[in-house]
Design a protein around this ligand. Structure first.
Ligand code: EPZ
Length: 421
């Protein structure tokens, strides 16, 4: 099992190119199932989760070709299978995103219920409620969700009980081929939802209101092919900015979209960073200063994203002052806290959703273990500032969501190496 060995104490500096967004590439790849024509998807990040989704498309019978520039061509014109097996879905819950497209295009889909995961139970009841509103019949048998719509899906008006990113994406994809108009309320407004809708509209879907809580989809009889580039990864962008700020460094991120992570940029300024922004780049200069502690509360977009809570908490661990970090999206997203405390941090959990972080002057290296994707990068941030060499175990979590992490960290001057065994 690979590990990362990081020798802390270096300021990150230099320039990085931001990769394509994992959480946009995954629904877009699933959306390719909605058409018989071939689609070409560019700027796809080279990540384990993307490989899993491509494997799933192949298992359903789609023809997937990846060229040397990591552009993915998907032709789903003769699926032989409408069943997403547990073996694949259990490794990546975003596999559940094939349900909406299969149900819309073929009137049937059998997808394994995604199990829970480290950060929470993460049920899919809202996805199923949306499919039922569109006229699907849903049965859960032997751990599989079996959805049928013999006479096709019908447009409907539907309100989510809570904001769900992939729930919104799944129901929008199902509604694309429904008969009539669908109006979804309390929809997620995340940029990745908007990116998916831009892709679907490029295929000939008729969707409006994306990026707002009220989305309208006018069903069409068929979708065409298209060529589409995935948006830059705002979580990767924010993560490297936080890592640079924590080390007092100075970085420039090219190919970024500052407009998609304004809440994080605002917090970085509060922490004492100087930011310069362009349409497609962000420059952060911490000027060697120690960050100031800032309070964080996660919430649906455009508020502070839950996917950057762990990384920011790691920076707060060595900041000047005490901060309160409140996680409102997932019920168990503080597993990184006890690991960072092993490095000498002073963080106390107050109930299931709040951490009080008493900033300390320095951290000291110790062996730690990654528990989930974003928590694993919070350990990287802590290791980058800790005195000594920190060995981070179970970094397969990191490989799921961060493309070529050690190359990018080395490019910014970090002392890092991947060790096997
Ligand atoms: C997406 O997950 C992202 N994944 C997550 O990123 C991200 O943390 C999350 O949205 C929140 O922004 C992808 O886009 C592939 P939700 P998703 O449905 O859609 C509850 C990462 O690190 N809920 O918005 O699964 C759920 O339990 C990953 O890249 C229900 O109760 O999240 C959670 O508490 C981690 N019933 C809350 O809603 C449902 O039917 C928000 O979950 C659906 C969700």
């Amino acid at each position: 099992m690979d590990k990362l060995l990081i020798k802390g104490g270096r300021r990150l500096s230099g320039t990085l190119k931001v990769s394509g967004a994992k959480n946009s590439a995954l629904p877009i790849l699933a959306g390719a199932l909605l058409t018989d024509k071939s689609v070409v998807i560019g700027n796809v990040p080279h990540l384990h989760d993307v490989t899993t989704m491509i494997e799933l498309l192949g298992c359903l019978g789609a023809n997937v070709v990846i060229d040397e520039k990591m552009r993915v061509e998907v032709s789903a014109n003769d699926l032989r299978e409408l069943r997403a097996p547990y073996e694949l879905v259990k490794t990546m819950r975003a596999s559940f995103l094939v349900m909406g497209p299969l149900l819309a295009k073929y009137g049937r889909a059998d997808v394994s219920l995604p199990g829970g995961c480290a950060i929470g139970a993460r049920p899919v009841d809202q996805h199923l409620k949306g499919f039922e509103a569109l006229g699907a019949e849903i049965n859960v048998v032997d751990g599989y969700v079996s959805a049928t719509a013999e006479h096709g899906l019908k447009g409907a008006e539907f309100t989510f009980d809570l904001v769900t990113v992939t729930g919104t994406e799944n129901v929008i994809m199902a509604a694309c081929l429904a008969d009539g108009i669908t109006r979804i309320h309390n929809a997620a407004c995340e940029p990745e939802v908007v990116d998916l809708v831009e892709f679907l509209n490029a295929m000939g879907a008729r969707i409006s209101g994306h990026g707002t809580p009220n989305v309208e989809i006018t069903g069409v009889t068929a979708l065409a092919g298209c060529v589409f580039d995935v948006m830059p990864d705002r979580v990767e962008t924010g993560t490297y900015l936080i890592a640079a700020a924590a080390t007092g460094g100075r970085v420039r991120l090219d190919g970024a979209r500052p407009d998609t992570l304004q809440a994080v940029l605002d917090k970085l300024i509060e922490s004492g960073a100087e930011l310069s922004l362009g349409d497609d780049w962000i420059e952060l200069d911490m000027g060697g200063k120690r960050p100031l502690a800032v309070d964080i509360t996660t919430a649906p977009y455009p508020m502070f994203p839950t996917d950057m809570q762990a990384q920011y908490l790691a920076m707060n661990a060595i900041a000047k002052g005490t901060s309160r970090v409140t996680e409102t999206i997932f019920e168990n997203r503080f597993m990184h806290v006890q690991e960072i405390n092993r490095l000498g941090a002073n963080i106390e959990l107050v109930g299931p959703s709040t951490a009080i972080v008493h900033g300390v002057d320095s951290l000291k290296a110790a062996p730690v273990m990654a528990t989930d994707l974003r928590a694993s990068f919070s350990l990287v941030v802590a290791a980058l500032v800790a005195v000594g060499e920190t060995l981070i175990d179970r970094i397969y979590h990191i490989d799921r969501g961060y493309e070529t992490i050690e190359e990018k960290l080395l490019q910014l001057g970090a002392d890092v190496q991947r060790v096997s065994g």
